[in-house]
Write a protein that binds this ligand. Structure first.
Ligand code: UDP
Length: 317
C-alpha cells in the first residue's frame, strides 16, 4: 500500500487531500500543529486504520517511522489575516518546515509536492499569469512573510531536485474555496458568506474593482493529485480562470443568500493584488486537467456548509 504524509492535514486543503488519498486506497499520515487547522475537519477519518494523525509542528525536526512514498507539504497559515497575525510561524513553516520535509523525503526516497501559491506573482504586471512570469513582490510589505516564504520554498525544492536528484512537484495554487474553509479566516468568501448569514453588511475592501479567480476545492484536489503522479517537476498553476471583480462577487453572494444586506466599503489593504487569474495552458496540456465545477454550483455547495455551521454555532454545538 502506498503511504503518503500530508502536512497541514487538519486545514482546509490538507483535510480534503486526506479524504482524496484515503478514498484512492492510500495509507495517510496526517500531520498538523493545529495553529490554524481543526481536528473537526478530519475526525471522520480517525476510526480508519489507514489514517494516522501526528500532532506536530513541521518547523521542528520531523520524524515519521516506516516507509513513505509521497510527502505533500500543505502546512501554513494561508489567509492574509492569518499570516499578518502569525508572521514568524508563516516564515518558519515555509522555510524551516520545507527544509525538514525535504530532508525526510530524501531519507525515505519519497516524492515531495509543495503547496506554492499565486502570491509568488505578487501584484502581477502580466495577466493572466503564466508559470514563466517571475512576479512583482514586495518582500518587506505585509504579504512579504507569506510570499517570500513560498518563493524560498520553491527555490529550496528546486535545489533538492537539482542537487540531490529528489523527485519534486510544485503546485501554484490560486484562490480556492469550498466546505471546511474557516468562517473567520478573513478571506473574502467566508467573510461575505458569514456576513450574509449573520445579517451584517458585506465589507468590500477598496472600490471592489480588483479581481480574483475562484476554484472549487474538488477541482483543485484533482489537479494536485494528477500533478503528483505526473513526471513534471517545474511549477504548475492550478486554478479556475473564470475571473470576477470583488464587487460583482459580492453581488453574486447577495443573490445566492437572498440577504437584504448592503455592501460597505473599507480601505484597500496595502499591496492587495489588483488582478489575478491563472494561465492553465500547462495543466491542460500536461495533466489533461481543467476545472469542472462552475462558480454558481461551487458557491451553492459552500453556502450549504456555512449555513449548517452557523446554525450549529447558534445552537451552541
Ligand atoms: N476582500 C474584501 N472584503 C473582505 C475580505 C477580502 O473585499 O471582507 C478582498 C481583498 O482585499 C482581496 C480579495 O477580496 O482583494 C481577496 O481577498 P482574500 O483575503 O480572500 O485573498 P487574497 O486573494 O487577497 O490573498
Amino acid at each position: 500500500m502506498k503511504r503518503v504524509l500530508i502536512t497541514g492535514a487538519a486545514g482546509f486543503l490538507g483535510s480534503h487531500l486526506c479524504d482524496k488519498f484515503i478514498h484512492n486506497g492510500y495509507a495517510v499520515v496526517g500531520m498538523d500543529n493545529l495553529l490554524t487547522g481543526s481536528t473537526e475537519n478530519i475526525e471522520h477519518l480517525f476510526p480508519q486504520k489507514e489514517f494516522e494523525f501526528y500532532y506536530h509542528d513541521v518547523s521542528k525536526f520531523v520524524h515519521v517511522s516506516g516507509h513513505l512514498d509521497y510527502i505533500l507539504h500543505f502546512a501554513s497559515p494561508a489567509s492574509p489575516i492569518d499570516y499578518l497575525k502569525m508572521p514568524i510561524q508563516t516564515l518558519k513553516v515555509g522555510s524551516l518546515g520545507t527544509h525538514n520535509l525535504l530532508g525526510l523525503a530524501k531519507e525515505k526516497k519519497a516524492r515531495m509536492l509543495i503547496a506554492s501559491t499565486s502570491e509568488v506573482y505578487g501584484d502581477p504586471n502580466v495577466h493572466p499569469q503564466p508559470e514563466e512570469y517571475w512576479g512583482n513582490v514586495n518582500s518587506v510589505g505585509p504579504r512579504g512573510v507569506y510570499d517570500e516564504a513560498k518563493r524560498f520554498q520553491e527555490a529550496i525544492t528546486m535545489a533538492y531536485h537539482n542537487f540531490h536528484g529528489l523527485e519534486t512537484r510544485i503546485v501554484r495554487i490560486f484562490n480556492t474555496y469550498g466546505p471546511k474553509m474557516r468562517l473567520d479566516d478573513g478571506r473574502v468568501l467566508p467573510a461575505f458568506m458569514g456576513q450574509a448569514l449573520r445579517g451584517e453588511d458585506l465589507t468590500i475592501f477598496g472600490d471592489g474593482s480588483q479581481t480574483r479567480s475562484f476554484c472549487y476545492v474538488d477541482d483543485l484536489v484533482e489537479g494536485i493529485y494528477r500533478l503528483l503522479l505526473s513526471d513534471y517537476h517545474l511549477p504548475m498553476n492550478i486554478g479556475n480562470p473564470s475571473e470576477i471583480s470583488i464587487r460583482d462577487f459580492a453581488e453574486e453572494i447577495i443573490k445566492l443568500t437572498g440577504t437584504n444586506q448592503k455592501v460597505i466599503y473599507h480601505p484597500l489593504p496595502q499591496d492587495d493584488p489588483k488582478q489575478r487569474c491563472p494561465d492553465i495552458t500547462k495543466a491542460k496540456a500536461i495533466l489533461n486537467w481543467e476545472p469542472k465545477i462552475d462558480r454558481s454550483t461551487g458557491l451553492k455547495l459552500t453556502y450549504e456548509y456555512f449555513k449548517k455551521k452557523i446554525e450549529n454555532e447558534k445552537q451552541g454545538k
